[in-house]
Write a protein that binds this ligand. Sequence first.
Ligand code: CIR
Length: 269
Amino acid sequence: MATVRLDQKTRALVRAIPDSYHSALAKFFGTGPKDIDLAKQQHESYRLALEAAGIDVVMLDADHKHPDCLFVEDQAVIIDGHVLLPVPGHPSRVNEQPPIADFLVSKMGGAQICRMSGDARMDGGDILRLGDLFFVGRSTRTNDLGIEELRDLLAHLGHELRVIDIPEHALHLTSIASTPTDEVILAPEGYLSKDAFGELPEGCRVIWMPEEEIYGCNTIGLPGAKVLVADGYPHVAKTLESLGLEIILLDFSEIRAADGSLTCCSLFY
Ligand code: CIR
């Protein structure tokens, strides 16, 4: 998940892959998963990599009625210990949320929980945090009413929000950008204008990757200068190594097949 700073990453929620995963939505990176056993192995390697990096990981049971249920990032927005439960932007994904919400309520005692309502729509995958600056993608899943609810929460917390229009050929903001550290945004050429993120705080920058490495631009920065990276994107890997980060490569081919990226499969809480 892309809404917590590095120093806030200690506990993560993931959710098991359902037996119905072959029916997951797929329109952008993939044409649908083919090998569920392989997907489960890749997902297990992901969980183990998080644990090896010192993250305390809890795995929720799969919901076999919801083929996309593993993509927990989209179901909650956690910012500085506060939780916004969005109305997910695709109708087939709305009922994935209750067990995730129940888990967060039980674990985050004292947290302020806000529930989006009415016509507001948002997928958590549209939100990106760089230090204390936030970006939200206006996408096919996230609308202006949803963005206003996020803006209210961020205003309450004293954080700035900038809106980025997501091109039609991309799913979410986190499908095309990530923050491997609290100072760097990684994004592919050809999807966003060079000034899409606006003027960044001192010491921060966007590093643009070749367009064909778009999928590799979704990374998970972890404490201890480690970063999870999808295997197969050499420019991304080399760039992150040149920043002094230890890269942990993961084969995510069967998650990509359902348009899922690394950040989509976890919620740091
Ligand atoms: C979907 O279309 O909703 C899923 N198949 C993929 C969700 C990926 N989530 C994300 O980028 N945060």
